[in-house]
Design a protein around this ligand. Structure first.
Ligand code: ADP
Length: 240
């Protein structure tokens, strides 16, 4: 039977699913997103990446948010809401998608529900819980290649030669928003604006799965996410 679904991916949901990856900066949302993309073949929607693209391309949106992003403060709700609303209507989102870094305020969470309900998309929230000290250690060890963008971490993903990119030999740098003062601001913003979103989800009887992401390696954390999602995404096996 022709399903239009790539046969090399895992199970799919009977109904499109929005997997909301929720957690503080440094909790591993981006890493887990990549695993889920490979597993389910649905796209990752990272508002941080979308906003950085606007800055890189020098668009009007990019110019309007550059200073805030640099300082680690959130950008206006209306702006990210509009970016996400446009993105989820693209054809590659028809079977579902991963939301990485959105919603980050209760106003965004409300808007997300207004967006998903008419689309018939079911949401499930994966809450990555990481100890504060672990987050600080992870973010201090983070380095990026200025040429190819590959991310390294002195603890979990060190380069073969310290300070040098494995792929192109460039000297690694600290990403602008990983500077200590910016990290502090990002964590403050998380506590004040984003943490309450999880209470919003719980109070409103959404499916929220808590995952301890402090101790185990990323692959093991992913294994537990797969187990949690199994009942939801295994509703219909991929026809080959
Ligand atoms: P992290 O989760 O590690 O802080 P992101 O790449 O998700 O990194 O976000 C980087 C920055 O982009 C944030 O500090 C904020 O300025 C902006 N941003 C990303 N997503 C949102 C959002 N949903 N609402 C407001 N600002 C956002």
């Amino acid at each position: 039977m022709e399903t239009g679904i790539p046969s090399d991916h895992g199970p799919v949901a009977a109904q499109p699913v929005a997997i909301v990856l929720f957690g503080s900066p440094g909790s591993g949302k981006g890493t887990q997103s990549k695993y889920i993309v490979d597993w389910l073949g649905i796209p990752q929607i990272s508002t941080g990446d979308m906003l950085r693209d606007h800055i890189r391309l020098g668009t009007e949106i990019g110019k309007s948010i550059e200073a805030r992003m640099r300082a680690g403060t959130l950008v206006p709700d209306e702006l990210v809401n509009a970016l996400v609303a446009e993105r989820v209507t693209r054809p590659d989102c028809a079977r579902g998608f991963i939301l990485d870094g959105y919603p980050r305020t209760t106003a965004q969470a409300r808007q997300m529900m207004r967006l998903l309900t008419p689309l018939g998309v079911e949401e499930v929230v994966i809450h990555l819980i990481v100890d504060y000290n672990v987050i600080i250690a992870r973010m201090q060890g983070r380095r990026v290649c200025p040429k190819c963008g590959t991310l390294y971490n002195s603890v979990s993903r060190p380069p073969k030669t310290e300070g040098i990119c494995d792929l192109d030999g460039e000297k690694l740098v600290i990403r602008e928003d990983d500077r200590p003062e910016v990290v502090r601001e990002r964590l403050d913003q998380y506590e004040a604006q984003t943490r309450p979103v999880i209470d919003f989800f719980r109070e409103d009887h959404h499916r929220v799965f808590d995952v301890d992401a402090s101790r185990e390696r990323p692959e093991a954390v992913f294994g537990r996410i797969q187990a949690m999602l199994a009942g939801i995404v295994a509703a219909k096996e991929v026809a080959v």
